[in-house]
Design a protein around this ligand. Structure first.
Ligand code: ADP
Length: 202
């Protein structure tokens, strides 16, 4: 299957761009969404997390207290490692399953850490959503009602804009209007439809 990897830093517009591909009838597998699903109420992973950290890691309604967990793994690298060893293989399996199940002409694999992940091997092409770091901070603080220091810290922990762009086959410039981005997605969609035909003839 022809799979286009979609990536970009926090707040760059991956979700916005993914939704535009969805509107064109293209299956989108989003590793952020899968990462939330694998720890949902009643899941094996949530049970193991509770066993490991104790029931104080859960909210009153039984769901995972993400804020508390994030706090723990930020300050304790060995706990981060434990959590990643638990979740990464499950997320990877679910990602592959979802891609196999998709039936659109090609599929989008959206992942903020795609370029650092073995999932990159699943992709035929990489599209990077690009905006300036200043726009990333502005849009994310508005979306998440968080402060700029927090967002800057996350950006500093991700691959730099230059490193991402160097690995891109296609760049979606999301610094302009939604309409402008939509037009770029439509152009890429047309190219991908042609490319996937060549891909399947190989
Ligand atoms: P990501 O999924 O990469 O973190 P989002 O798609 O959630 O990024 O976009 C971050 C925020 O910026 C959202 O609130 C979104 O509505 C907004 N946004 C995305 N693209 C644009 C744009 N071209 N102009 C203005 N705001 C945008």
């Amino acid at each position: 299957m022809f799979i286009v990897g979609l990536t970009g830093g926090i707040g760059s517009g991956k979700t916005t761009v993914s939704n535009l591909f969805k509107e064109l009838g293209i299956a989108v597998v989003d590793t952020d969404v899968i990462a939330r699903e694998v720890v949902k109420l009643g899941s094996q992973c949530l049970y193991k997390i509770e066993q490991h950290f104790g029931s104080t890691i859960l909210l009153d309604n039984g769901n995972l207290d993400r804020k508390k967990l994030r706090h723990i793994i930020f300050s304790q690298p060995e706990e981060k490692h434990w959590l990643e060893s638990l979740l990464h293989p499950v997320i990877r399996r679910q990602t592959r399953l979802a891609l196999e199940k998709s039936s659109s002409p090609y599929a989008i694999l959206s992942s903020p850490l795609l370029l650092e992940s073995p999932d990159i091997e699943l992709t035929s092409r990489i599209a990077v959503v690009d905006i300036t770091p200043e726009q990333q901070v502005l849009r994310t603080t508005i979306r998440d009602e968080t402060n700029s220091a927090q967002v800057e810290k996350i950006i500093a922990n991700q691959l730099s804009r230059e490193e991402k762009l160097a690995k891109a086959n296609d760049i979606i410039d999301n610094s302009g209007t939604f309409e402008n981005t939509k037009q770029q997605v439509l152009n890429l969609h047309r190219q991908y439809l042609l490319m996937k035909d060549n891909h399947s003839m190989r």
